[in-house]
Design a protein around this ligand. Structure first.
Ligand code: BES
Ligand code: MN
Ligand code: ZN
Length: 500
């Protein structure tokens, strides 16, 4: 979709469609009121007939509205004005996009951007307008032989701002919204692709694709390279699979040469059957999404490159399958990680931390200023936080705060859990330096405690995205989270640096 930013009065628009909001109780938004005046009360007369109360989710499309210049007028219900918060604002755009796409209009001038959202400025509103529309129009049908190719003539949205002085901020916001959406699109596609297509080799090819598109530097370590580095934990997981493992590194250099990078480390487990500690059959197909952390890394680097952010970012993606096999890890097996620490594998299904710990040790060589790992790591996180917040754990409070704040701005929120020393003893092993599981209690925390043993050399945060990276049930599909959170965090780092 093409987006432009413009300021101008709604009653003067000759567009194919003008979009305005109506709050519950048929309360007209400012833009709707101006149209009503221009139409000499024609709009409120129509509403009095009872076709649109203004509840969220309601829409009313009027053709050739009397007294107005536009071909169509789309009214979108916004719910109670006093309850109109960030989530509602985004939902209004979702509804608008889906409704417009079903009409014959090729473009629309949108006044929903004028709706008041507490504490949010025009930049926030335009960015979230773009993201909500892009999210709503996403579809994944490349594996269907009959494409649901409905002619969608809608090509262009003109997002309005109240004053000309807001145009520049609006345009920057649109660019950011588009870059984040492009990243989310990639993350969702990769997540939705099945395990037989999206293998570790496929992910590596995607990273090479970014190299072609944006000139980032992609390096892929093969099994033999990992053997030389002593990545015994990662390799032990890959032994159960016929797909060769890959350790993918992508370096985005937008900053100064000598500026240390931010590192993003993403779990790229392309299918998790659990290994010998095999998972139950129900919903096991969803374990194709176990590479969403890795997809997030590719996506955030794509967004950085699109925005040409003046910052250095290195992405590291350990990638493997986790399957039962004659050569697979067995409960009780002990492996030596690249760090030298030994691990007793009491449950082969706790494989994410095994591939991540070696990737984290490998990340040391980039001397990162901060490291964030992203992983669909624990079912316990889904129980604790559901699908609304990613779990956040960190060994540095400032880093945690920055990520939480970025998540709030991005409407892609995280919630912090404690990383207290007290939990560490749950990982005690009788035979090795640590066990790979810490029991049912505080499962998300003990998983992070395990990773904490490999991240002592840097500022580090861990995002458990098991509940947020995809949705199950009828709306099954990747969400593109936490691409908005992380990209926003990087944008805000750049902004903070520039202010210094
Ligand atoms: N990929 C899973 C985590 C997961 C499970 C994410 C369900 C989303 C939904 C991870 O590899 C795993 O299996 N974790 C185990 C750890 C346990 C054995 C300590 C889990 O959460 O059950
Ligand atoms: Mn697992
Ligand atoms: Zn897993």
């Amino acid at each position: 979709m093409e987006y432009t930013v413009k300021s101008g009065d709604p009653e003067k628009q000759r567009s194919a469609c003008v979009v305005v909001g109506v709050y519950e109780g048929r309360k007209l938004s400012p833009g709707a009121r101006r149209l009503d005046e221009a139409a000499q009360g024609g709009l409120s007369a129509i509403l009095r007939r009872g076709d649109l109360e203004g509840k969220t989710g309601q829409t009313l499309l009027l053709h050739n509205p009397a007294g107005l210049l536009c071909e169509r007028l789309l009214l979108v219900g916004c719910g109670k004005e006093k309850d109109f918060h960030e989530g509602r604002y985004r939902e209004t755009f979702t509804k608008m996009a889906k409704t417009l796409a079903a009409t014959g209009a090729t473009e629309a001038v949108v006044y929903l951007t004028e709706l008041e959202v507490k504490g949010r400025d025009i930049a926030w509103k335009l960015r979230h307008a773009v993201e909500s529309v892009e999210m709503a129009l996403y579809k994944f049908d490349r594996l269907k032989s009959h494409k649901t190719e409905k002619k969608r003539p809608l090509r262009k949205l003109i997002l309005t701002v109240g004053k000309r002085s807001e145009l520049a901020a609006g345009e920057t916001a649109v660019r950011q919204g588009l870059a984040i959406s492009a990243g989310m699109h990639l993350a969702r596609d990769l997540g939705n692709l099945p395990g037989n297509i999206c293998t570790p080799s496929y992910l590596a090819d995607q990273a090479r694709e970014l190299e072609h598109q944006y000139g980032v530097k992609t390096t892929v370590l093969e099994r033999e390279d990992m053997e030389k580095l002593g990545m015994g934990a990662l390799l032990s997981v890959a032994r159960g699979s016929r797909q060769p493992p890959k350790l993918i590194t992508i370096e985005y250099k937008g900053g100064k040469d000598d500026e240390p990078p931010v590192a993003l480390v993403g779990k790229g487990l392309t299918f998790d059957a659990g290994g010998i500690s095999i998972k139950p059959a129900a919903a096991m197909d969803e374990m194709k999404y176990d590479m969403c952390g890795g997809a997030t890394v590719l996506a955030v680097i794509k967004a950085c490159a699109e925005l040409k952010l003046p910052i250095n970012v290195v992405g590291v993606i350990p990638s493997s399958e986790n399957l039962p096999d004659g050569d697979a890890n067995k409960p009780g097996d002990i492996v030596t990680s690249m760090s030298g620490q030994t691990i007793e594998i009491l449950n082969t299904d706790a494989e994410g931390r095994l591939i991540l710990c070696d990737a984290l040790t490998y990340t040391e060589r980039f001397h990162p200023v901060a490291v964030v790992d992203i992983a669909t790591l624990t079912g316990a996180c889904v129980i604790a936080l559901g699908a609304h917040a990613s779990g956040l754990l960190a060994n540095n409070d400032q880093l945690a705060r920055d990520l939480l704040n970025a998540g709030k701005y991005a409407h892609d929120r995280a919630w912090q859990l404690p990383l207290w020393e007290d939990y560490q003893k749950q990982l005690d092993s009788n035979f090795a330096d640590m066990a790979n599981i810490g029991g049912r209690e505080g499962g998300t925390i003990t998983a992070a405690c395990f990773l904490a043993r490999y991240t002592k050399k840097f500022k580090w945060a861990h995002l458990d995205i098991a509940g947020t990276a995809w949705l199950g049930g009828k709306q099954k599909g990747g969400t593109g989270r936490p691409v908005p959170l992380l990209t926003t965090w990087l944008i805000q780092r750049v902004e903070a640096g520039a202010a210094k």
